[in-house]
Design a binder for this molecule. Structure first.
Ligand code: AMP
Ligand code: MG
Length: 327
C-alpha cells in the first residue's frame, strides 16, 4: 500500500509517501516547507495558510519525484484534519480532497497528535509506551487503554513549545526558538529561582513564562538555563507519577520539543529508576511532518474504508482522547 500524507496544521506544509508491507512501513519521501514569521513574532494563521497554498504544488511534486511514484500509483491519501489552525488545516484538506476526487482514491482524515505518536512508535519500535507529546500545539502525557489514548496529565494553559517560543520571541529571535533556547541554556549553570507549578498531574506554564521574562535582563543564558530546568523538572514529576500509576515498561517522547537533549536526559534518568525502557522520536521526525499523517492513514486503512468526500472537513479542536482506535 502506498499512501500520500499531507500535514498543514500550523507552521509546516509537508507531503510524504510511505509504503506499507504487512506491518512494516518504509518512508519513501518526506518534503517540508516551513512558514517562518519575522523575528519577535508568532504564527499569523492567514499568512501561514497563504504560505501553505503557495508552496503546496512544489512540495507535492518534489515529494512524488523523490519517492519515484506517480499520483496514479497511490492507493490512498490522508491529511491532518485537526487539531490545528483553521486556515492552515483547510489548505491540506483541499489538496487531499482534490487528489482524492480527481484520481478517485480513498481519503482518510487523520488526527495530528495520533500521527506524532504512531510514527514515533513505528520508528523507535516502542510497542505499548507511556507517551509524552510535547510540541507547539500539545503538552500531554498519554497511555493507550480500551481503544483510546487516555490523557494522564496535560498543560492547563500554554504548551511547552509555546513557552520556549514565546520566551525566544521576547528575546527577539525568530520562531520556532526551542533549539536557540537549548543552545543558550547549555552555556550556563546558574539557576535563578522560578515558579514550579504542578497541579495534580497537570502542569501550568503561564506563571513561569511571566517570571522568566522578568529575570531575562539579569542574563539571557542563565534565564534560559533556569527556564529549561524548571519546565523540564515539572514535566519529569508529572511523567514519573504517570509511570508509577500506569506501570508501563516503555516510555516515548514525541513532538518537536523531543529534540531537546536536556529534556531527554532528565526523563531518561526517571525511566532508569522505574526500570522502564526509554525511547525518543528521531530528531528529523519529531516535529510536524507528512510521514506522521501518512502512517496513521495506512494503519486506519487496514480496518476501515476511506471517508466520504462530504465528511472530509477539518476540526480545529479535535482532541486525541476522543478518537476511537480500530487498528
Ligand atoms: P511541532 O509543533 O511538533 O512541529 O514542534 C515545534 C516545537 O518544537 C516548537 O515550539 C519548537 O520551538 C520546538 N523545538 C524544536 N527543537 C527544539 C529543541 N531543540 N528544544 C526545545 N524545543 C524545540
Ligand atoms: Mg505537532
Amino acid at each position: 500500500m502506498l499512501c500520500l500524507g499531507i500535514e498543514s496544521t500550523a507552521h509546516t506544509f509537508s507531503c510524504a509517501v510511505i509504503e506499507k508491507k504487512g506491518t512494516n512501513g518504509k518512508i519513501l519521501s518526506d518534503v517540508r516547507k516551513i512558514y517562518k514569521p519575522s523575528e519577535g513574532e508568532g504564527i499569523h494563521p492567514r499568512e501561514a495558510s497563504r504560505h501553505h497554498a503557495e508552496n503546496s504544488p512544489q512540495v507535492l511534486s518534489e515529494c512524488l519525484e523523490k519517492a519515484c511514484v506517480k499520483i496514479s500509483d497511490l492507493d490512498m491519501v490522508s491529511y491532518a484534519a485537526g487539531p490545528g489552525l483553521g486556515p492552515c488545516l483547510r489548505i491540506g484538506a483541499v489538496v487531499a480532497r482534490s487528489l482524492a476526487s480527481y484520481y478517485n482514491i480513498p481519503i482518510y482524515p487523520v488526527n495530528h497528535a495520533l500521527g506524532h505518536i504512531e510514527l514515533g512508535k513505528m520508528l523507535t519500535g516502542a510497542r505499548d509506551p507511556l507517551v509524552l507529546l510535547v510540541s507547539g500545539g500539545h503538552t500531554m502525557i498519554l497511555a493507550f487503554l480500551g481503544k483510546k489514548w487516555r490523557v494522564f496529565g496535560e498543560t492547563l494553559d500554554i504548551t511547552l513549545g509555546q513557552l520556549l517560543d514565546q520566551i525566544g520571541r521576547h528575546a527577539g529571535f525568530a520562531s520556532p526558538c526551542g533549539s536557540k533556547i537549548e543552545e543558550l541554556a547549555s552555556r550556563s549553570s546558574k539557576y535563578e529561582p522560578l515558579p514550579y507549578v504542578v497541579k495534580g498531574n497537570d502542569v501550568s506554564f503561564s506563571g513561569l513564562f511571566s517570571a522568566t521574562k522578568r529575570i531575562m535582563p539579569k542574563g539571557l543564558e542563565s534565564a534560559c538555563f533556569s527556564l529549561q530546568e524548571t519546565a523540564f523538572s515539572m514535566m519529569g514529576e508529572a511523567v514519573e507519577r504517570a509511570l508509577s500509576f500506569t506501570g508501563k515498561k516503555e516510555f516515548l517522547i514525541v513532538g518537536g520539543v523531543a529534540a531537546n537533549k536536556r529534556l531527554s536526559e532528565i526523563l531518561q534518568s526517571i525511566c532508569k529508576r522505574h526500570n522502564c525502557k526509554f525511547f525518543v522520536s528521531p530528531k528529523e521526525y519529531a516535529g510536524d511532518c507528512g510521514s506522521q499523517i501518512s502512517w496513521v492513514g495506512l494503519l486506519e486503512s487496514s480496518k476501515k474504508a476511506g471517508a466520504k468526500l462530504e465528511n472530509t472537513f477539518v476540526r480545529q479542536s479535535w482532541r486525541i482522547d476522543s478518537v476511537e482506535i480500530l487498528y
